[in-house]
Design a protein around this ligand. Structure first.
Ligand code: PLP
Length: 348
């Protein structure tokens, strides 16, 4: 990204945040060692902190959320096993089929309901009997938040109990679990209850430049560590990155409430425009439907005004650390300008 784009209002994703001055300072001064030898004190501190925060025996720092999820799938499942997962889940849909390609793990994708859950009956019916005709059903993988939606704690309790009763392990893709924690006002440990492992992104709304942590039992994390090395994710003086992640976990969870308030502000403003159909956001992701004929013109006007967004008929806008409330008002005024000048596109 060029210098001039530093000041853009970027609504494409919460991955675009840049490290804050306080984070950069800690990255600069972090104590370092070779993490492949287990010698990096800052990585070790991050892992200990994350394990304790979420209530697991151990944790592992991974370069990306994709790798962290893959490590979990590879650690839980063997060749010829299958994992049950939502059609819309990141692990299934947006990670290049890594579990199948690299682990010979068969996905059993199931429909996500409108609230993001997978129906309990669908899960129960998809678990295969112990019969050599079938892949071995081994793992249930859920995602929270999913598409910005918070899965209800009662549902998570029921789904993970069902999985465990039927002999399956459970993994949570908690890339945005901290958004759910803040939205529900519950503790991190409560939010991951019932899951044998959780992957948490440090580089989304929490604002770290890079990285995820995978939490689980000592045994699971030991296996994940083998896979991480094999996949090329064993990093050396990674404490520079872990320092930012540790700062993010220590200081940036409560402030996600600001992102949620800004998403609401954005949705409420957009709702005043009759050409748009706006979903009520639960966390930091706003979805708006707009006329296809408006996309090109709106995208151009947004760009001219320093706003980056992927403009599609089903448009997603994400609020984060680098989008203050004043920026939301600017975005709203550009939308209002566009649709007041183009009343011809006011029907969907
Ligand atoms: C972003 C994301 C990931 C993957 O994280 P990367 O660091 O981009 O690889 C996994 N799951 C969900 C739900 C995500 O939103």
């Amino acid at each position: 990204m060029s210098e001039s784009q530093q000041n853009w209002i970027d609504l494409r994703s919460d991955t675009v945040t840049r490290p804050t001055p306080a984070m950069r300072e800690l990255m600069h001064t972090a104590e370092l060692g070779d993490d492949v030898y287990g010698d990096d004190p800052t990585v070790n501190r991050l892992q200990d902190y994350a394990a304790d925060l979420f209530g697991y025996e151990a944790a592992l720092f991974a370069p990306s959320g994709t790798q962290s999820n893959l490590l979990a799938l590879l650690a839980h499942c063997a060749r010829g096993d299958e994992y049950i997962v939502g059609q819309e889940a990141h692990t299934y849909k947006y990670e290049g089929g890594g579990a199948a390609v690299l682990g010979s793990i068969q996905p059993q994708p199931l429909t996500n309901q409108a609230d993001g859950s997978i129906a309990l009956d669908d899960i129960a019916n998809a678990i295969k009997p112990d019969d050599f005709h079938f892949a071995r059903s081994r793992l249930l993988a859920l995602e929270n938040t999913i598409g910005g939606k918070v899965l209800p704690p009662d549902y998570l309790q029921a789904a993970t109990s069902l999985a465990h009763e039927r002999g399956l392990a459970t993994h949570l893709d908690g890339a945005r679990i901290c958004n759910a924690i803040v939205k529900l006002g519950i503790s991190p440990r409560q939010a991951v209850q019932g899951f044998d492992s959780v992957s948490v992104c440090l580089s989304k709304g929490l604002g770290a430049p890079i990285g995820s942590v995978l939490c689980g039992s000592h045994d699971l994390i030991a296996q994940a560590k083998r896979w991480r090395k094999m996949l090329g994710g064993g990093m050396r003086q990674a404490g520079m990155l872990a320092a930012a992640g540790l700062y993010a976990l220590e200081h940036h969870i409560p402030r996600l409430a600001e992102d949620h308030a800004n998403a609401e502000r954005l949705a409420n403003g957009l709702r005043q425009i009759s050409a748009l159909q706006v979903q009520t956001p639960q966390t930091n992701i706003v979805y708006a439907d707009l006329p296809a004929t408006a996309c090109a013109g709106l995208a151009e006007l947004l760009r001219e005004n320093g706003i980056l967004a992927r403009v599609t008929p089903h448009m997603r806008m994400v609020t984060h650390l680098d989008v203050p409330a004043a920026d939301i008002d600017k975005v709203l005024s550009v939308f209002q300008t566009y649709f007041s000048k183009h009343p011809g596109v006011s029907s969907i």
